[in-house]
Ligand binder design. Structure first.
Ligand code: ADP
Length: 228
C-alpha cells in the first residue's frame, strides 16, 4: 500500500533530511512516526503528499509509483489520501458543513451526493449539532474533528496525520485518537507523526522511529522511546 524504496531527500547539497529510507506499510495498518525535531518526519509526509520530490529512490502509494507521475495525476493521488494537520487549517469563512462539503466539491461530487455524505461524516465525528457553526465558534478539539471529517469525506484509503493532537489538551487528544482508531478499524490505513509519548505508549501500534534522517527502530507494537 505504501512503500519507500531507498528514498533520500536532500534539500540543500550535502544536507540529507532522509537517507536511504526503506519502509513498507500494509493496508489497514496504524503507524506512528516518531523522532525528535529535525529527524525527518515532516519530510516523509511531504513526499507522500507530493509536496516535495525525493532526490533518490522510489515511493509507491496504492500500487502506483508516485515518483515519476505526471502533474496531471497528482490530484488523483491526493484524492486517495486524507490529511489532518496540527493547526486544523479550516476555512474561516465557511461553516462546518461547508468546510467538509468543499472537499467534495473539489473532486466534482454532485450536490445531491454532498447533501447525503456530509451529515454522515459529521455524525461519525460527533459534530452534527455544529454543522452551521463557523470554526471560530468551536473548541480546538471540535475544529480538529471537523478537519478529520473533511479528511475522510471522500473515503480515502490512507489518512496522514501530522501532529494531530499537538494543540490539544490530553483529554481532548484522546477523543481525537478514539476517532482515528475507529477510522482505522473500518479499514483506513493511518500514518501519524507525533510527539505524544503517552498516546504512542498506550496505543501499542507500529512505531517507526527516525533519527537524523534514518529509521532507527521499526516495531510492531512499539513504544515512543526507551529513555524513561
Ligand atoms: P521533523 O519533521 O522530524 O522535525 P523535518 O523533515 O522538518 O523534520 O526536517 C528534517 C531536516 O531537513 C532538518 O534538518 C531540516 O532543517 C531540514 N529541512 C526541512 N525542510 C527544509 C527545507 N524546505 N529546506 C531546507 N532544509 C529543510
Amino acid at each position: 500500500m505504501i512503500e519507500f524504496m531507498d528514498v533520500s531527500k536532500e534539500y540543500t547539497k550535502g544536507v540529507k533530511a532522509l537517507k536511504d529510507i526503506n519502509i513498507h506499510i500494509d493496508k489497514g495498518e496504524f503507524v506512528f512516526i516518531v523522532g525528535s525535531s529535525g529527524a525527518g518526519k515532516s519530510t516523509l509526509i511531504k513526499l507522500l503528499l507530493k509536496e516535495e520530490e525525493p532526490t533518490d529512490g522510489k515511493i509507491i502509494l496504492n500500487n502506483m509509483d508516485i515518483t515519476n507521475i505526471s502533474n496531471r495525476k497528482i490530484p488523483y493521488i491526493r484524492r486517495s489520501v486524507g490529511v489532518v494537520f496540527q493547526d486544523f487549517r479550516l476555512l474561516p469563512n465557511k461553516t462546518v458543513f461547508e468546510n467538509v462539503a468543499f472537499a467534495m466539491e473539489i473532486i466534482g461530487a454532485s450536490s445531491r451526493e454532498i447533501r447525503r455524505r456530509v451529515p454522515i461524516v459529521l455524525s461519525m465525528v460527533g459534530l452534527s449539532h455544529k454543522a452551521n457553526n463557523y470554526p471560530n465558534e468551536l473548541s480546538g478539539g471540535e475544529q480538529q474533528r471537523v478537519s478529520i471529517a473533511r479528511a475522510i469525506v471522500n473515503n480515502p484509503n490512507v489518512l496522514i496525520a501530522d501532529e494531530p493532537t499537538g494543540n490539544l489538551d490530553p483529554d481532548t487528544a484522546w477523543e481525537i485518537m478514539k476517532i482515528l482508531r475507529e477510522i482505522n478499524r473500518r479499514g483506513t490505513t493511518i500514518v501519524m507523526a507525533t510527539h505524544a509519548r503517552d498516546i504512542v505508549n498506550i496505543m501499542k501500534r507500529r512505531v517507526i522511529a527516525l533519527e537524523k534522517g534514518t529509521v532507527v527502530r521499526d516495531e510492531r507494537k512499539g513504544v515512543y522511546d526507551y529513555e524513561i
